[in-house]
Design a protein around this ligand. Structure first.
Ligand SMILES: Cc1ncc(COP(=O)(O)OP(=O)(O)O)c(N)n1
Ligand SMILES: Cc1ncsc1CCOP(=O)(O)O
Ligand SMILES: [Mg+2]
Length: 209
């Protein structure tokens, strides 16, 4: 049985590239945003001031498009700016602290890498979605741990949306969706594509959306 609750979000979970220029970031995100279910602001190279400015710039765009904006790594910044969520990995602080500090209903994501036990612990601590990966070698994060599709099929996983990440292309997305991914999280497959909006649309097609 792989019954999926009908109200689960599905589709493309877009992550921003390490774009240093805020105007350029908006110009890159705007054309692909209509095809995204969620957007994560992730910039591993910018300093705190640039990250804040880029988030402030992205928020009205996301609001206008009705796309939830999730902040990578920094739940305090997400809470301060009124973003829709935060995504935490193993080095990004305690999920329970984030859950306690953020308004009810805020999206809270947890990187679970290649281990279902991480997912159980994360949801117990307040995570509202779980992310596994990398499923394929990632151009953005070449050293990322590799996960297998069996994880997505695991019937004992907590009943929250399952996100797959890492080296996902429009072509390989379907096998992850078939295995149980509710959302595919993508950076290079969209932002390094020759036609980013066409690529983003192609991910949605993998969900038959
Ligand atoms: C949806 C999603 N899944 C996984 C990650 C990776 O988080 P983390 O392990 O903290 O690594 P960085 O992204 O911070 O480099 C993510 N950001 N989003
Ligand atoms: C943040 C992260 N965590 C595992 S892989 C990855 C990067 C995903 O980027 P890409 O879609 O370019 O592989
Ligand atoms: Mg992180």
């Amino acid at each position: 049985m792989n019954a999926r609750p009908p109200d689960r979000p599905r589709g493309l979970y877009l992550l921003t590239p390490d774009e240093p220029d805020t105007a350029q970031l908006l110009a890159r995100v705007a054309p692909v945003l209509p095809h995204a279910t969620w957007l994560q602001y992730r910039n591993k190279r910018a300093d705190a001031g640039v990250r804040r400015a880029q988030l402030v710039a992205l928020l009205p765009l996301c609001r206008a498009m009705g796309v939830p904006l999730i902040v990578n790594d920094d739940w305090r910044l997400a809470a301060e700016l009124g973003a829709d969520g935060a995504h935490l990995g193993e080095d990004d602080g305690a999920l329970a602290d984030a859950r306690a500090a953020m308004p009810p209903g805020t999206l809270l994501g947890a990187s679970c890498y290649d281990d279902a036990a991480n997912a159980h612990r994360a949801v117990d601590a307040g995570a509202s979605y779980i992310a596994f990966g990398a499923f394929f070698p990632s151009p953005t994060k070449p050293a990322a741990r590799i996960a297998t599709k069996a994880l997505l099929r695991d019937a004992s996983l907590p009943p929250v949306p399952r996100v797959a990440i890492g080296g996902i292309t429009p072509d390989n997305a379907r096998q992850l969706v078939a295995a149980g991914a509710d959302l595919v999280a993508v950076i290079s497959g969209v932002f390094d594509a020759r036609h980013p909006a066409s690529a983003a649309r192609a991910y949605r097609a993998a969900f038959d959306l």
